[in-house]
Ligand binder design. Sequence first.
Ligand code: ZN
Length: 319
Amino acid sequence: MKIYSIGIDLGGTKILIALINRQTGKVVEHVKKKTKKDKGPQNIVKKMLDGIEELIETSGVKLNEISSIGIGAAGQIDRKNGIIIAAPNLDCYDLNLKKILSEKFNLPVFVGNDVEIAAKGEQKFGAAKGYNDFVCVFVGTGVGSSIVKNGQIIYGSTGTAGEIGHIIVDLNGRQCACGAHGCLEAYASRSAIEKRIEGALKKGRKSAILEYLEPGKAITSSMIQKSIEKDDELVLQCVTEASEYLSGGLASIINFINPELIILGGGLIEAVDYFYQETIKKAKAKSLPVPAEKIQFKKAILGDYSGVIGAAFLEDRGF
Ligand SMILES: [Zn+2]
């Protein structure tokens, strides 16, 4: 019996390739590669192919013991044909991963998006195990979500359902990377908090975060957490503001879909408990009374592995 699958999480900074035991959900072996998108999509493909070969070699598992290869990438996906249509963070367009990987390894190949595989991982072996109606929301560079109804991910008519980051929270608001104004992502993501902090620092505001900053490097979730531990006024203000917006977005989801559970994950949620606690408290307060009473919140528990575990369970859905 083929008890293994290969799960690949293709992200903007790293490619995580893992051999997953389908029965236990455990990561048997993994390989990590830097994405380096400036070297082009062919370089990403090469690293992926090399990584899979390394993984097979180090694990000692034979190809005929592997049932499938699943890949999740941040971007628009043609699931039926296994093509990345557009992934600006990876600089990949019209990349037919299914063709390339299935020709090379002669295995079924499935392609999905990054949030979908993370939600699938949490559903199979993480915080959503045993739940059929839930929404996973991941907060990092952007804000993404995946909706699960009756145990199945809702894809929508064009496969893009769950774009919580682009619900509009301020009609005349900040410009979002998608081109619209006032999207949730422009207020509640780690990058949004980062921009607010940097803007205030430029204006001369004092902050404990200054001692962790390195020239040319981004503000990380752990720097934000360390500053909060020092009761830093500026960082607390920016994080509180972001939680205000995120809770508004979540309350809208609670009222609109009425899920039994919301899973929150991603770097900012993992590192900054204050952000998580403030967000769920305010989301309940902003929701309608009946769904607010029932809604449960949990943190994602699989961390970096949620994507590769979920990718191993991608399957042919016929579209
Ligand atoms: Zn947007």
